[in-house]
Write a new protein. Structure first.
Length: 504
């Protein structure tokens, strides 16, 4: 049965508006009785015009006695003129507890990654949360990511299955600690996607690839859902710590909620103009996680970061294979460092950098790049503390290792993310040790820019030293780069460090 959908008014959600469509009801007489297999189905069609709100809610009245909701949808993708965006429609689900921003009603999101899903007490499609199917008004959340000039015609088929309610098994979440090696440098990749959002790999495949890449920890970071938090049972071990989080995917940029408490949902339904990000950044912090803007100069629609960095604990400046947008992100991050030391802060409030693979499917490599963190042990608390403090560097693979620090008189020494407290004109020796970077050149970068470089030996292993003072360089960080492919442009990174700050 088809039902034309009309506008029923505007539902205000925080500062953003979401269009609410006519309710789909299974209680009317024309819905009939359940079929022999205990199912009822309704099909609805409509057209979303250009300029539609970011989110369109379709209410569904769910009667008592339903134990499963199944949704399938499709939409037209007409040809569009060159330079014009075509149709793309995301989808998700909220239960009878409502669609309030940051509320408890969230039951899943698949974006545009799949064309159908189900939810019941004992199971759900990846991206969705298993649990009771209670009577009340549920909502499909449609996200018209882009709309063609002709509009976006869609068709949605909703099937309710009646029967015993079933039971929801308690979730099994990864432990907060692995065996580790005590205080050591640990390698991790904190931006990875599985079948629980728009990835194609299972959690088991990801765990195997992480171990093969020499990683000690990973972070579950699916788009706008926490369904994968319970999907790692049996995949962790003494050698692999699995953190839980989310890639909060807004229309004005993406942010990693890194290492949040298992089962934490962070809402994404706002733009920078809605003045809501600070609230959800605080929710990430309250859940024990880090706020990490991802690929801030990414080129996909909605990927460019518009919320500023005041709430950031770190920033992902290297995302996947090194490309020009990473170079821009690296330069912007360096500008943040300069601002922190030239505004009188002396680098005491600065934003560390990290790098992650953002791997989705073959042939995307896990652990390219990876963040190498100095931590007291291989635990959630210690790893997040190391990232927050900037005691880390980023490498293109486990083959690359760095040791970086600065020394002054009287035995003073500071390592990555630390401060060498010396007088402005006291001599300082900066030292970088590199392994695993054949054909590369090492650079020392300060608040004035790159001030020293040295080609590494053909083996890719070597030591580089440079002498300076705190009055000449407020901070020093190291970059290791491949030879440039285009004359006059920088080569791709093989590794880089967070800074050592100089001065009292």
């Amino acid at each position: 049965m088809s039902q034309p959908l009309g506008r029923r008014g505007l539902l205000v959600t925080g500062a953003a508006t979401a269009l609410t469509l006519s309710t789909v009801s299974f209680a009317h007489a024309d819905s009939g009785s359940p079929t022999a297999d205990g199912r009822r189905t309704r099909t609805v069609r409509g057209i979303l015009p250009p300029g539609s709100p970011d989110f369109v809610h379709l209410p569904v009245e769910v009667p008592r006695g339903v134990n499963e909701i199944h949704v399938a949808y499709a939409y037209e993708r007409p040809a569009v003129p060159a330079g014009t965006q075509g149709n793309a429609l995301d989808i998700g689900l909220f239960d009878e507890r409502g669609t309030e921003l940051g509320g408890r009603g969230f039951r899943g999101w698949s974006g545009g990654a799949r064309t159908e899903f189900f939810v019941r007490a004992d199971a759900a499609t990846p991206g969705y949360i298993p649990g009771p199917v209670r009577a009340g008004t549920w909502h499909l959340a449609l996200g018209p990511y882009t709309v063609a000039p002709q509009g976006l015609p869609y068709e949605i088929t909703i099937t309710l299955t009646y029967g015993a309610p079933g039971t929801t098994p308690p979730p099994v979440h990864p432990p907060q600690r692995a065996k580790g090696r005590g205080r050591a440098w640990y390698r991790g990749d904190c931006h990875i996607h599985s079948v629980h959002s728009d990835g194609r790999r299972t959690p088991a495949e990801i765990a195997a690839l992480a171990r093969a890449a020499g990683l000690d920890f990973i972070n579950s970071s699916e788009h706008n859902t926490y369904s994968a938090h319970r999907a790692w049972d049996g995949l962790w071990g003494d050698d692999l710590l699995i953190l839980t989080g989310e890639e909060v995917t807004t229309r004005n940029g993406h942010v990693l909620a890194l290492g949040t408490d298992p089962g934490t949902f962070i809402d994404w339904r706002y733009r920078a103009r809605d003045n809501r990000f600070g609230r959800f950044a605080r929710e990430i912090s309250r859940a024990g996680g880090l706020v990490v803007p991802a690929h801030p100069h990414g080129t996909c629609i909605g990927c460019n970061w518009k919320f500023g960095f005041a709430d950031a604990d770190a920033v992902e400046v290297w995302n996947g294979a090194y490309t020009p947008d990473d170079e821009i992100s690296l330069a912007e991050w360096d500008n943040l460092l300069v601002a922190s030391v030239r505004s009188g802060g002396g680098g005491r409030r600065w934003t560390p950098a990290m790098g992650n693979s953002d791997a989705h499917r073959d042939p995307d490599p896990i652990g390219t790049p990876q963040t190498v963190v100095l931590a007291d042990d291989l635990s959630r608390e210690a790893i997040l503390a190391g990232i927050r403090a900037g005691h880390s560097y980023v490498a293109e693979s486990a083959a690359v290792s760095l040791t970086f620090g600065a020394a002054g008189g009287r035995g003073l020494h500071a390592s990555i993310g630390e401060r060498l407290r010396v007088a402005p004109d006291a001599p300082v020796t900066v030292r970088l040790e590199v392994t695993g970077a054949p054909g590369c050149t090492a650079y020392f970068v300060t608040d004035q820019g790159p001030l020293y470089s040295s080609a590494l030996p053909g083996s890719g292993s070597g030591t580089v030293e440079w002498r300076t003072t705190a009055s000449y360089a407020a901070y020093v960080r190291a970059e290791v780069r491949h030879p440039p492919k285009v004359t006059g442009l920088p080569g791709a990174l093989a590794a880089f460090t967070n800074p050592v700050f100089l001065g009292e």
